[in-house]
Design a protein around this ligand. Structure first.
Ligand code: KIV
Ligand code: ZN
Length: 529
C-alpha cells in the first residue's frame, strides 16, 4: 500500500530515465545531428533528468561520437548507452560512456518466446548468455542496467529466473520493457509486484518500467508500475519513439506532481523547463506536437468554449489542474509588433525559455522585424516558430533558397521561378507543376537532382488569421535513410520549399558523414542562370 501521509522529502524518489536520444531517435525520420543531440542532452541534464540514455554506441560512428561527447559534457545526470547481449557491443558502449562522471551500461536481450526464436537460443542457452554478458558489463562498470526485451510477453517463471540471474551477475537496475505496448495498467502493476515478491535479491536493485504507447496506455502503465514498486520510469520528451512512441516524460512527471495526493512520489525534474525542451525536440526531430497532446500541446491550456472562459476568468482552478507557468508556459501572450524593440524581444524570448547570445538575438531581431512588417500582431507562437526556423537552417548548409516566385490560380499549370544556391553557387530555373508547391518542389529537383522520396508533407497554421505563419514539415527517404525538415513563413509555399530544402540538407549531411566527400561528385546541376 502507498503511504499518502509522507511529507515531500520523505516520499520515495522516482528516477527519471530519458531515452529521447536513443529510443526516441530510433523513430523513423527523427534522426538528429550531433550538435542537436548535445544540445538536447544539456537541456535534459539542466532540467534534472537522472539518467540520460544517449544512444546505441555500436550502431554507428555517429552514435558512438554523440554518446562520448554527451558523457564528457554531462554535469549531473548519469549517462547511459545501449548494448546488445554480446561482448563487442558492451565494450563499445563502455568506451563511449566511460567519460561520464557517472556512466551506465544498459544491455538487453529479447526473452519472450518470439524473441528467443530469433537468435535460436533455448531457455538455458539464453540464461547462460545473460549471465555472461551482464557479468562482463559489471566488470567494466559498476552501474549496469539489464532489460529482458518484450518482458510483458515473457513466461512469468522464465522472467523470474532470468531477472534473478541478471541480479546475481551484477545488474544494479532491472528494466521491464513493454516493448510492443501490449500491457494494461493492472497487468503492468501485477508484473512488477510479482518480480518484487518472487525474485531473490529484488530488494537490492531498482526496478524500471519502459512502456510503449501502441494502445495509448504508456503513461498509465508506467505509473501503475511505480505504484507496485518500480522506482525508475523510462520515457521520452513528447513521447517520441518508434510506432506510437514511448511514455511521455512530461505526462508522468506532471501526473506525479499534480496527483501527489494519491501518488506520493517525487522526481528531481524542474517542470518549468518542460515547454522549452518539448519545443526543441519537436523542432530537431521534425515531429510536431499534436495540438491536443497532454501537458505540451498547443491547446493544453487553451479555453475556447464560453462556459470554460467564463469559469477561468472567475477562478482559474475551475478548469485548470495545473498552471501554465508550472510547465514553463509564459502566463501572458504579450502581443509584439513592429514597434517592439530589441529589449522587449529579449525579454519575450527569456519568458519563452530562450536565452540567446547577442549575435543570435540580432539575427532573430532582423527576422522578427521582417515578420512584424508583414503581420500586424506577432504572438508567442510566431516567435517560437522564428527561433525554430533559425535552428533548422544553418549557414553552412549545401542548399539555400535565395528567391521564389510562384504563379498560381484556377488556370494551370502553376509555375515556380526559383533561385537556389548549391554550395554557394546560385542556380535559377522555371518549373511547372500541379499546384504551386508541386511546381516549387519540381524546381528544387531540377536544380539539385536526387531520388529522395517524399514521405510526409504537413502544414500547420501557427496562429489564427489569414496572415498567420505556416509551419511545414517534410519527410524524405533516400536509400533507406530518412530525414525530416521543418520551416515557417507567412507564405505557405516559401515555408514548404524551405522545409523541403532543410530535409534535403539533412540527407546530404548524413550522406557526407557516411562517405566524406562522396556527396557532390556525381551530382549534375541544371541551370540557366
Ligand atoms: O522497447 C524496448 O524493449 C527497448 C529495449 C531496448 C529496452 O527499447
Ligand atoms: Zn523501447
Amino acid at each position: 500500500m502507498t503511504d499518502t501521509t509522507k511529507t515531500a522529502s520523505e516520499q520515495d524518489r522516482v528516477l527519471i530515465f530519458d531515452t529521447t536520444l536513443r529510443d526516441g531517435e530510433q523513430s523513423p525520420g527523427a534522426t538528429m545531428t550531433h550538435d542537436e543531440k548535445l544540445e538536447i542532452a544539456a537541456l535534459l541534464d539542466e532540467m534534472g533528468v537522472d539518467i540520460i540514455e544517449a544512444g546505441f554506441p555500436i550502431a554507428s560512428e555517429g552514435d558512438f561520437e554523440a554518446v562520448s561527447a554527451i558523457a564528457r559534457q554531462s554535469k549531473n545526470a548519469t549517462i547511459c548507452g545501449l548494448a546488445r547481449a554480446n561482448y563487442k557491443d558492451i565494450d563499445r558502449c563502455w568506451e563511449a560512456v566511460r567519460h561520464a562522471k557517472s556512466p551506465r551500461i544498459h544491455t538487453f536481450i529479447g526473452t519472450s518466446p518470439l524473441h528467443r526464436a530469433i537468435p535460436n537460443l533455448d531457455m538455458d542457452q539464453m540464461a547462460e548468455r545473460i549471465h555472461d554478458t551482464v557479468s562482463h558489463a559489471r566488470n567494466l562498470c559498476d552501474n549496469v542496467q539489464w532489460s529482458p526485451m518484450d518482458a510483458t510477453r515473457t513466461e512469468h517463471d522464465y522472467l523470474c529466473r532470468v531477472v534473478e540471474i541478471a541480479i546475481k551477475a551484477g545488474a544494479t537496475t532491472i528494466n521491464i520493457p513493454d516493448t510492443v505496448g501490449y500491457t494494461a495498467p493492472r497487468e503492468s502493476a501485477d508484473l512488477i509486484r510479482m518480480l518484487v515478491e518472487r525474485v531473490p535479491g529484488a530488494d537490492t536493485i531498482v526496478f524500471a518500467t519502459h512502456c510503449h504507447n501502441d494502445l495509448g496506455m504508456a503513461t498509465a502503465n508506467a505509473l501503475a508500475a511505480v505504484e507496485a514498486g518500480a522506482r525508475q520510469i523510462e520515457c521520452t520528451i513528447n513521447g517520441l519513439g518508434e510506432r506510437a512512441g514511448n511514455t511521455a516524460l512530461e505526462e508522468v512527471v506532471m501526473a506525479l506532481k499534480v496527483r501527489n495526493d494519491i501518488m506520493p512520489f517525487r522526481t528531481g525534474i524542474d517542470t518549468t523547463k518542460i515547454m522549452n525542451i518539448s519545443r526543441k525536440v519537436a523542432t530537431v526531430s521534425g515531429f510536431p506536437v499534436q495540438f491536443n497532446k497532454a501537458v505540451v500541446g498547443k491547446n493544453a491550456f487553451a479555453h475556447e468554449s464560453g462556459i470554460h472562459q467564463d469559469g477561468m476568468l472567475k477562478n482559474a482552478q475551475t478548469f485548470e489542474i495545473m498552471r501554465p507557468a508550472d510547465v514553463g508556459l509564459a502566463d501572458t501572450s504579450l502581443v509584439m509588433g513592429k514597434h517592439s524593440g530589441r529589449a522587449a524581444l529579449r525579454a519575450k524570448l527569456k519568458d519563452l525559455g530562450y536565452d540567446l547570445a547577442d549575435n543570435q538575438l540580432n539575427d532573430v531581431f532582423v527576422r522578427f522585424k521582417a515578420l512584424a512588417d508583414r503581420k500586424k500582431e506577432v504572438y508567442d507562437d510566431d516567435i517560437v516558430a522564428l527561433i525554430q526556423d533559425q535552428v533548422t537552417s544553418a549557414e553552412h548548409d549545401t542548399l539555400q533558397l535565395k528567391r521564389l516566385r510562384v504563379v498560381c490560380g484556377t488556370d494551370g499549370p502553376q509555375e515556380a521561378e526559383m533561385t537556389l544556391s548549391v554550395e554557394g553557387v546560385d542556380h535559377a530555373i522555371d518549373a511547372t507543376g500541379d499546384g504551386p508547391v508541386d511546381a516549387a518542389f519540381n524546381a528544387v529537383k531540377m536544380i539539385y537532382p536526387h531520388h529522395a522520396k517524399l514521405h510526409l508533407y504537413q502544414v500547420h497554421a501557427v496562429t489564427e488569421g489569414t496572415d498567420a505563419q505556416a509551419t511545414v514539415s517534410v519527410r524524405l527517404e533516400e536509400d533507406g535513410k530518412i530525414a525530416t525538415g521543418q520551416a515557417a513563413d507567412t507564405d505557405t509555399v516559401v515555408a514548404s520549399v524551405k522545409a523541403y530544402v532543410n530535409a534535403l540538407n539533412r540527407l546530404i549531411h548524413r550522406r557526407q558523414k557516411s562517405a566524406p566527400g562522396a556527396d557532390m561528385k556525381d551530382v549534375h546541376y541544371s541551370s540557366h542562370a
